[in-house]
Design a protein around this ligand. Structure first.
Ligand code: NAP
Length: 375
């Protein structure tokens, strides 16, 4: 009898035991994150970062805002990649007025609208035309449309999948040539422990086959798991001499605008109930800032590569290495997610090699609607 293919092995859901373990991990994070992170200072002390250029997506609110502000205040050149440039300029003005430093903050603003893959391509083309080296890309922007019905992006992809995984994946790949020009260099994905309660079916990334019922929680958690799986393969495929660290981070459960779709009354009750254990955005920015600036991180990533560990580095909200979920460490499914992601964003299977060689790449954006179940 033929052994089951990897695509057969992709699960439609977790067993009840795995589901219980996954939720225990999420609940543990919520109730014990403060205790686990008690050794950390807030704000996280950062070294002078004058030689660092960082792109931070979604930096007009919540965790991304804190990451961008603290990097800039430590001297980094920060590029705020945002959907609302006016809001970004007004934030810069405020930070500039508040900063104790005599020098002005070194911040630029560029428009990036993740529900459009075309916007991602335009962003990377504009960035590339500047010819500047890039040290750190922080894929922070994300959505969790709690309680909302299933929606699709311009290209026809489920919106959590597009904003939280597909668009950041495309951005990461297209920025590899400028990352190669920087040193140190890394890609940081602001992920979530919620990936512990999910599975990804690479043949149904859009929840359209009817095999799995869509809910906003399923959409969000699946997109975060797909991000870890894609990052695992990117980490494995990048040649070690490229020296590009791929890191996923858990920010912790924080009070931000991520719950914007939840009715105000329920949101307020939730905040009151959980306020003793929730992080604020500054506390939740520490793991990404740590991953972006700690000198041990590139060594840790190189070590994982040597050890043949099946996942990229994953940093917890207490700034310690942690293991992603068992599902996230399945390299067979991760490879399928990698391939499907490239198909969905219009890149060929050899795009990584082409991009690393610095050659021009064609991104076919003839991404016709896929709601008929093609993906
Ligand atoms: N808060 C938590 O408890 C928690 C836990 C685990 C993981 N995370 C992750 O942390 C990251 C940051 O979330 P947050 O809590 O700081 O939430 P947030 O306050 O809602 O910030 C999200 C950021 O993403 C931007 N964004 C949303 N949709 C976008 C789009 N279509 N195109 C471009 N930018 C877009 C938002 O822009 P606007 O300012 O224009 O709205 C905002 O700046 C997300 O990836 C989230 O999944 C958060």
């Amino acid at each position: 009898m033929a052994s089951p293919s990897a695509s057969d092995q992709a699960k439609q859901g977790l067993s009840w035991m795995e589901w219980l373990q996954g939720w225990s991990r999420v609940i543990y994070e919520l109730f014990f994150q403060r205790i686990e992170a008690r050794h950390l200072k807030t704000p996280l002390p950062l070294p002078p970062l004058n030689d660092l250029t960082c792109i931070v997506t979604g930096s007009t609110s919540g965790i991304g805002l804190e990451i961008a502000r603290q990097l800039a205040e430590s001297g980094a050149n920060v590029v705020m990649a945002v959907r609302n440039p006016t809001a970004a300029h007004s934030l810069i003005q405020t930070w500039q007025n508040e900063t104790s430093s005599k020098d002005s903050l070194n911040i630029d603003v560029m428009e990036l609208n993740l529900p459009s893959l075309e916007s991602v391509v335009r962003f990377s083309e504009t960035w590339d035309s500047l010819g500047k080296p890039l040290n750190v890309l922080i894929n922070n922007a994300g959505i969790f449309s709690m309680g909302e019905p299933q929606k699709f992006s311009n290209e026809g992809y489920e919106t959590h999948m597009q904003v939280n995984h597909l668009a950041p994946a495309l951005l990461s790949l297209l920025l590899l040539p400028s990352l190669k020009r920087g040193a140190p260099r890394g890609i940081i994905n602001v992920n979530s422990v919620i990936h512990f309660v999910s599975t990804v079916d690479p043949n149904d990334m859009n929840f359209v086959s009817g095999k799995r019922e869509f809910s906003s929680l399923a959409g969000y958690s699946t997109s975060k798991l797909a991000q870890v799986m894609f990052s695992n393969v990117l980490h494995k495929r990048l040649p070690s001499e490229s020296d590009i660290s791929i890191i996923c981070v858990e920010p912790g459960c924080a009070r931000t605008k991520i719950e914007r779709d939840v009715p105000k009354f329920i949101r307020e009750v939730g905040y009151r109930l959980f306020s003793p254990v929730l992080f604020n955005a500054e506390e939740a920015s520490r793991s990404a800032l740590f991953a972006a600036t700690d000198p041990e991180i590139p060594k840790y990533c190189a070590q994982l590569r040597c050890d043949e560990w099946p996942a990229c580095a994953y940093i917890s909200s207490s700034c310690c290495p942690m293991n992603p979920s068992n599902e996230a460490r399945r390299l067979d499914v991760s490879s399928l997610v990698w391939q499907k992601t490239l198909d969905m964003v219009g890149l060929s299977g050899d795009c990584l090699e082409i991009l690393l060689e610095g050659k021009e790449i064609q991104c076919s954006l003839e991404l016709t609607l896929n709601r008929n179940g093609l993906y």
